[in-house]
Design a protein around this ligand. Structure first.
Ligand SMILES: [Fe+2]
Length: 274
């Protein structure tokens, strides 16, 4: 059964935290405020924290439960399988905990207070998933599936049967976490899901107006079937706008896709991570 927590915010580390925050503020219409060393970027349904550190690394990904009861039902099973630490995030209430995956990425679980609505935002898009690169995707997938209870929706295998990518969900949305085999363990991308085709068009037009080049897309991913495009933030992290992400039935069988460009983009060329 799906655990029901949803990606709520992500902490990115950056050698250029102010510049990155300014980019997300300007392009994604997020309000930026400073708290200590953190740049906190918020808009309706999308929040990021950008903190000083090694660029292209995840600080943490934060998943929100709908209630304290829900979180407290989830926590003991996780604590029985891995070390659970107290955690804090300025975007969560006081009761948070974190775990660390085999690549050293921190995942925080907590409860988000009711969000701010800001009517002057240019366009809707909800922070919906993130993707990580890993030298050892099998270990990472086993951790998220067997320790945290994420569900594998689709995997991408090469011709030798080795895993090259995997898409995992925590609710009915096809993936909230993607893992790509690569030669280093870094952040791959963040994704903001918008309402529909016309909004995807509007976001693409906005990128043009703001002189931000689309570096991949518009395309449609095989796994998840979402239409998308990607730009890069000042650190080179990919930032995706997507729409039409598949909604999964609870007992949907995990799919297996071949490792080729068409899997990652049904409509054309792909950024291959390995
Ligand atoms: Fe994505």
């Amino acid at each position: 059964m799906e655990i029901g927590a949803r990606l709520h915010h992500v902490q990115l580390l950056s050698l250029h935290a102010e510049a990155c925050a300014a980019f997300y503020g300007r392009i994604y219409g997020m309000r930026v405020r400073v708290k200590g060393s953190m740049q906190i970027c918020t808009a309706t349904d999308r929040s990021l924290i950008i903190s000083p550190g090694q660029s292209n690394r995840l600080g943490f990904a934060a998943y929100s439960f709908s209630s304290r009861e829900h979180m407290e039902r989830y926590r003991p099973g996780v604590a029985a399988r891995t070390a659970v630490e107290p955690a804090t995030s300025p975007l969560f209430g006081p009761e948070c905990f974190s775990v660390t995956d085999p690549d050293g990425n921190s995942i925080v679980f907590g409860i988000a207070p009711a969000g701010e609505q800001s009517p002057q935002e240019p366009l809707p898009a909800r922070l919906q998933h993130l993707a990580l690169r890993s030298r050892e995707p099998s270990k990472l997938i086993a951790f998220y599936r067997d320790v945290l209870g994420f569900i594998v929706s689709d995997r991408v295998n090469d011709s030798a049967g080795q895993i090259r990518a995997c898409f995992l969900r925590t609710d009915s949305e096809h993936h909230t976490l993607a893992i790509f085999h690569a030669d280093e363990a870094v952040l791959d991308h963040l994704s903001f899901e918008t309402n529909d085709w016309l909004r995807l068009r509007d976001w693409a037009d906005r990128m043009c107006e703001l002189n931000v080049q689309i570096v991949w897309g518009i395309g449609r991913h095989g796994p998840g079937n979402d239409a998308f495009f990607m730009v890069r933030d000042p650190d080179g992290n990919l930032a995706e706008i997507s729409t039409e992400l598949e909604v999964c039935e609870p007992l949907r069988e995990a799919g297996i896709w071949p490792h080729n460009e068409q899997t990652l983009n049904l409509w054309g060329r792909a950024i291959m991570r390995s």
